[in-house]
Design a protein around this ligand. Structure first.
Ligand code: AMP
Length: 578
């Protein structure tokens, strides 16, 4: 198939030729002929990178009336980065067409300049929802004559809380001739929107459609209401590189927690409805450029926030509404990066997870609240990592090092390390010296909670790969080390496990301590666990034949053939030495 064969304008073909597009991509091949009619509603399920910008950009340029100098097409997308990228591509496609203008309007930039651009008689407006609504309210853009509405990355827009804005746009485009919706996933909310506002859409799927964001690990910590704040602090302290958003239900909570944490030396500020636009922009600017490590926000205030690279979303309290949970967690795990969404809950809230799990098509992993010792150790190793990776290639250290060496002539390396640690960690060590266990532990064995402080101690540090295993027993053992068995289990990352949650799961099931484990090797469908020989049978007994999400777990010694029935439905028998 060629672009000529799809029926697009020769001037567009000249431009795509120049861009080096030889053949249309799958989504282009299926979308362009449909969209060229201008009257057919369309749903394209395609990920970023499949060429979907050209799939809607080329037909839009083809059907726009260059002589009519008012907005005819509206492309709505979730982020300003995407907004700019779409405009850039459309500019390239229309290189040989005259009389068509396209403009990007997005938040965080001067609205005055954007209003001026809109007045120039543009035909295609590419916008983020929040700014678009702002412009409509200021009467700077008129939707009355919009014929084509493109919703790009619709699932992301819903994740970010833009559902109402999108519905508003669809409701207020009275002469809309067609709606083109592109999305990587098809959650129920998008189905609903499409049913309500689209007429008999042609649906095209390219590649595999995800149902949930698999890059987010959903974790929860169970504590009492009175220990919520202290638990939050532990979580923050336990993640020294955290760049996160904490959600509270009320403005007052956001404000109070922010003030309390600031007093205690944390890099945090609050975003809530009482701030002026100027204050809000300032806080967001600091958070965006990472001079603020943490942002605490209410759901309303955080609406539409788009910040790249967020490592953690923390629910100080669970929201009542499942959809809000999805919006909150969707702030992390973006653009292919992994993210963690943590909820601090008390035992009575556990039932809410079932509902969220079902609707979100994701799974929650219970984690132990780290002990004070875990936190100190984590901080300590993080600092030492930083120390070791500090760039010393540029300064004129040679001048000073001999003097320093002389000064430290009688001080051992251990003592220097101790002194550095004391300087850095005095606060942590003192604070956490006699800290209590904040976990609420169930006595009921059937739910297999880890027993006592020991079971949890250090495990999480391990599980999250915190200190890279340094100074830890695990590193001493290599694959197949004597004294260790290697167990095969037919559970893997496809089951929704991350290494951390998987470790917690097998330990909880077997009531073993993490010290008995060696290396864990996880694949999509299967995993291999090194375990001390003396504990191998206990783990096999605890897991083999049990159910996980309705499926039988198979576990056996990977190196000794294993029991009969091993060739489970999804499992592949590992070869020796694998
Ligand atoms: P998108 O999914 O729109 O972000 O596009 C991903 C990348 O593929 C962009 O860099 C496009 O320039 C490029 N691209 C789009 N269509 C084609 C095509 N038919 N042939 C080659 N590259 C393309």
């Amino acid at each position: 198939m060629t672009f000529e064969g799809l029926g697009i304008d020769a001037r567009l073909i000249q431009a795509t030729d120049e861009l080096g597009y030889v053949n249309p991509t799958a989504i282009q091949e299926q979308a362009i002929p449909v969209l060229l009619s201008g009257t057919q509603d369309f749903i394209g399920l395609a990920q970023t990178g499949t060429g979907k910008t050209a799939a809607f950009g080329l037909p839009l340029l083809h059907i726009i009336d260059a002589a009519a100098k008012y907005p005819q097409a509206l492309v709505v997308c979730p982020t300003r980065e995407l907004c700019m990228q779409i405009v850039k591509e459309i500019e390239l496609f229309k290189k040989y067409m005259s009389g068509i203008s396209v403009v990007a309007v997005y938040g965080g930039a001067s609205i005055g300049l954007q209003i001026r651009d809109l007045k120039r008689g543009v035909q295609i407006v590419v916008a983020t929802p929040g700014r678009l609504i702002d412009l409509i309210e200021r009467k700077a853009i008129n939707l009355e004559q919009i014929k084509y509405v493109v919703l790009d990355e619709a699932d992301e827009m819903l994740n970010m809380g833009f559902q109402d804005d999108i519905e508003f746009i669809l409701k207020n485009t009275p002469v809309r001739e067609s709606t083109w919706l592109f999305s990587a996933t098809m959650p129920a909310e998008i189905r609903k929107v499409s049913k309500k506002y689209m007429k008999d859409p042609k649906e095209v799927i390219v590649g595999k459609v995800n149902t949930a964001n698999k890059n987010i690990d959903h974790q929860y910590y169970v504590t009492t209401a009175q220990h919520r704040y202290e638990t939050l602090k532990r979580i923050i302290d336990f993640n020294p590189g955290i760049y996160g958003i904490i959600f509270t239900r009320t403005k007052l909570d956001a404000q109070e927690i922010s003030e309390r944490l600031t007093r205690e030396g944390y890099d945090i500020d609050a975003l809530h409805g009482d701030l002026t636009q100027g204050q809000r922009d300032k806080v967001m600017g600091q958070f965006r450029d990472k001079s603020l490590q943490l942002l605490i926000a209410t759901d309303v205030a955080a609406r539409g926030i788009d910040v790249q690279g967020i490592t953690h979303v923390i629910n100080f309290e669970l929201p009542d509404d499942v959809e809000i949970y999805t919006h909150r967690s969707g702030r992390t795990g973006r653009a292919g990066m992994q993210g963690i969404c943590i909820s601090i809950v008390h035992a009575k809230e556990m039932y809410k997870f079932k509902q969220i799990e079902r609707i979100n098509n994701s799974q929650f992993h219970k984690m132990d609240i780290p002990s004070g010792k875990d936190v100190c150790r984590k901080q300590f190793f993080s600092f030492m990592d930083k120390l070791l990776s500090t760039d010393i290639s540029h300064g004129d250290y040679e001048t000073y090092v001999p003097m320093l060496a002389e000064k430290f002539a009688d001080v051992s390396k251990e003592e220097v390390l101790k002194r550095v640690a004391a300087m850095e960690f005095d606060r942590f060590l003192k604070y956490y010296e006699n800290s209590q266990d904040l976990n609420v532990r169930e006595r009921d064995r059937s739910v297999r909670e880890p027993r006592g402080q020991e079971a949890g101690r250090g495990r999480e540090r391990e599980m999250q790969g915190i200190d890279g295993g340094r100074g830890d027993a695990r590193n001493k053992y290599s694959r197949g080390a004597s004294g260790y068995s290697r167990l095969f289990v037919n559970l893997g990352t496809k089951d929704g496990f991350f290494k951390a949650s998987f470790l917690q799961f097998v330990l909880d099931m077997s009531d073993l301590k993490k010290e008995v484990l060696g290396k864990i090797d996880m694949k999509d469908m299967n995993s291999w666990i090194e375990i001390e020989k003396g504990s191998a049978q206990q783990m096999i007994r605890a897991l083999d034949g049990k159910k996980y999400k309705g499926r039988s777990i198979r576990m056996n010694d990977a190196d000794s053939g294993g029991p009969a029935g091993f060739s489970g439905d999804r499992s592949r028998r590992p070869r020796k030495g694998e």
